[in-house]
Design a protein around this ligand. Structure first.
Ligand code: HPA
Length: 283
């Protein structure tokens, strides 16, 4: 192995393979990439697709293993805006490393040129003013996974070795999302998302700590790695959570409840995105 090869991120070859596969299946450039987590099903079904490919037909991605995530990459339009939709994602709780979990996003951003990345997720509410099916825009995150997708050799043409993370969730996009929520008549909460690794939900002691000591408003099992990768590549990021369960409740949390409640937010989520998308590309 030459020194140069040794200095490449270990996913570099996979990103190149994926770029080739994306170029073949979904040619073209777009402004916006959307990672659809739970709650974006309604929006995803409304996208006018021009091409799509199943994750299982892409190299190095693996099928989306979680119920409720379709595992397809779609190129199309919503509200007239050209976009690429990552319908389903890999998670750290599958036992994969974070650079692997975000390899598809890297390849999509490089190949489609998307400058704006919207990341959605399901999250448990810690803020006592939140309700089930509320939408929360991420003002910031706390990476509680104790791992980072940028660990390993850095590729300078992807982004800097030590990227700033003080403004991962773009002020410009947050302002436009607030405007869109008002226009669409939707209440949009804002708060700090804590990204845990899962797959267990939080213990009661963890809930108390995360709320009172750490100061998080919601907790989930994704988004921070993808936001860090997108920010590393200089993209503008918007993060949106659906509050699917209230961790402050005495009731237990189940995956069924999370899936069920994420559906309750689908109509609002779709309306918000369809109002927001044209504003994003207008500038
Ligand atoms: N905790 C962690 N992740 C989650 C939750 C939760 O309560 N709800 C949905 N995703």
């Amino acid at each position: 192995m030459t020194t140069e090869q040794a200095l490449e991120p270990r996913i570099a070859g996979k990103v190149e393979d994926l770029r080739g596969a994306i170029r073949a299946a979904l040619p073209g450039k777009v402004e916006v990439a959307i990672i659809a987590g739970s709650g974006l099903g309604g929006f995803a079904r409304g996208v006018e697709a021009s091409a799509s490919v199943s994750y299982s037909d892409l190299p190095h991605v693996g099928a989306a293993t979680v119920q409720g995530h379709s595992g397809t990459l779609v190129m199309g339009r919503a509200a007239g805006v050209p976009l690429v939709l990552l319908n389903g994602r890999r998670h750290i709780y599958e036992g994969i490393a974070l650079d692997e979990a975000t390899v598809l996003l890297r390849a999509v951003l490089l190949e489609t040129g998307a400058r704006i990345v919207i990341i959605s997720n399901a999250a448990g509410g810690l803020n006592p003013t939140f309700d089930v099916a509320d939408l929360m825009m991420l003002s910031d995150h706390i990476n509680w996974m104790f791992r980072n997708p940028l660990i390993g050799p850095n590729k300078e043409d992807w982004g800097p070795r030590f990227p700033d993370a003080s403004d991962v969730y773009s002020r410009r996009l947050r302002g436009l999302a607030r405007d869109a929520a008002v226009e669409a008549g939707i209440t949009l909460r804002e708060g700090v998302y804590l990204a845990g690794h899962g797959p267990s939900y939080e213990t009661r002691a963890e809930v108390r700590m995360l709320r009172t000591v750490i100061g998080a408003d919601a907790v989930g099992m994704s988004t921070a790695p993808e936001a860090l990768v997108a920010a590393h590549m200089g993209r503008e990021v918007l993060g949106l959570s659906v509050i699917t369960n209230l961790l402050t409740d005495p009731a237990i949390t189940t995956h069924e409840e999370v899936m069920e409640n994420s559906k309750k937010a689908e109509a609002n989520f779709k309306k918000l995105l369809e109002t927001l998308l044209p504003k994003l590309v207008k500038g």
